[in-house]
Design a protein around this ligand. Structure first.
Ligand code: IMP
Length: 412
């Protein structure tokens, strides 16, 4: 049996929810590895829209086991709201389908306070203000609260005291307030605790079809992304294995999800960003507003330099190209295949960790638009567009997505 790993190859918002939902149709288990409620995965199916922030996309399919790995940082108030909303929308109890790793960290009001303070300083990164960065920070500093501690009140209280002393000595939110709140959550969280690593290991041994769901995008990876304008987790394929607690076993299909153009939210360099009417048209047609924060997304043409870098970092075996329909109505489409760097040299490799990317100017190849395609044989200009991506990134495009609904998907 194959494990599918699906992850975003740009700066997030590649349309992962839709593709993962499509790929989930055969999966019996879907696992999220990292990130938290900074993610927003939208799924449109049977005339309904679901936006998932923490729960793996498999939840909309009955009988799929959905696991949240140790690499995640979880806000329990967001999770509670998400479970309540989905229970109502799906008309069934979903609690038993969800497993939360003992090792996942819990985001507390102190983390959010710290992030609010930092983001209002002179050096913001444009974060989603979900407390993600501070939660990963406290984990890396070897304190913080894990989901498993909710089953051990004494350990929980002791660790809350250490955490408060370290990051929030002056906060008006006391240890007692948070302890009481967490004990209320414990009533429904503890029954959901799971040994995610072992469950996934055994499921793979028993031939269960599994999907590992990436969050954010490779260019936001904390080690390899456009630092410091990155998220705080490893969004590359290796981060997915680490976040779940399993290793590669050679049977994986790694599908990189790529939007037919590029978007970015928050701050940071973006060579192909458009500041003109074309950028606005892409934003309007593509409804490019954040699923988590509602912020307008910065829009630009597809960047093959960045994509080659992401393909290298992720080891993808194929690409799912999304939102192709958004470019339906363009006479001409630009695609960037190299940059002029800050010293005037043409470069075709992404600057390591994006250093100097803010000074890189895109060199474009102009292609003919395919104009209004929805089904049937692919128009020639679209075939040319896909071939160029395949040739320049040395990986095949196996799926194209022509709209938000599961049915608007073409396997090539
Ligand atoms: P954080 O993950 O909230 O710390 O935000 C750090 C950076 O990553 C900001 O630029 C965010 O806009 C960006 N980011 C985080 N999660 C996502 C996502 O799911 N999609 C797109 N951008 C994201």
């Amino acid at each position: 049996m194959t494990t599918i790993i699906a992850l975003g190859l740009q700066w997030g918002d590649e349309g992962k929810g839709k593709v993962i939902d499509y790929l989930c149709e055969k999966a019996q288990m879907v696992v999220r590895a990292c990130g938290g409620a900074n993610a927003g995965h939208s799924i449109h199916t049977d005339g309904r829209k679901y936006v998932l922030h923490l729960i793996p996309s498999g939840i909309v399919h009955e009988g799929v086991r959905c696991l949240l790995g140790s690499g995640m940082v979880i806000s329990l108030s967001s999770l509670e709201k998400e479970i309540a909303g989905l229970t109502e929308a799906l008309g069934r109890n979903i609690n038993e389908s969800i497993g939360i790793s003992h090792g996942a960290h819990i985001i507390l009001p102190w983390h959010s306070e710290l992030e609010q303070m930092r983001e209002s300083s002179s050096k913001p990164v444009g974060s989603t203000l979900r407390g993600i960065g501070p939660a990963y920070e406290t984990r890396a500093s070897r304190f913080g609260i894990t989901a498993g501690m909710l089953a051990h009140p004494d350990m929980l209280r002791k660790n809350l005291e250490i955490l408060r002393g370290s990051i929030a000595p002056d906060s008006t939110v006391s240890v007692d307030m948070i302890f009481d709140e967490l004990m209320n959550y414990a009533a429904w969280v503890v029954p959901m605790l799971a040994d995610v690593s072992l469950e996934v290991f055994n499921a793979r041994k028993n031939g269960v079809e599994i999907l590992f769901e990436g969050a954010q995008g490779i260019l936001l990876d904390v080690f390899h992304g456009t630092f410091p304008y990155v998220t705080s987790s490893n969004t590359v394929t290796g981060g997915i294995y680490a976040g779940i607690g399993v290793g590669p076993n050679g049977d994986e299909k790694i599908i990189g999800i790529v939007k037919a153009y590029t978007t970015r939210v928050g701050l940071g360099p973006f060579p192909t960003e458009l500041f003109d009417a074309t950028g606005e048209k892409i934003r309007d047609v593509g409804k490019e507003f954040g699923a988590t924060t509602g912020r307008p997304r910065r829009c630009g043409w597809l960047d093959l330099v960045a994509l080659r870098y992401a393909v290298r970092l992720s080891g993808v075996t194929s690409i799912a190209l999304t939102k192709v329909d958004v470019l339906n109505d363009f006479e001409e489409i630009m695609i960037c295949d190299s940059y002029i760097d800050g010293e005037g040299h043409e470069i075709s490799e992404f600057p390591p960790s994006g250093i100097g990317l803010e000074n890189c100017k895109p060199i474009y190849t102009k292609l003919k638009g395919w104009k209004s395609f929805s089904s049937g044989a692919l128009p020639l200009p679209l075939i040319d567009y896909i071939r160029l991506i395949e040739e320049r990134c040395d990986v095949e495009v196996s799926i194209i997505s022509m709209g938000p609904d599961r049915r608007d998907t073409i396997e090539l």
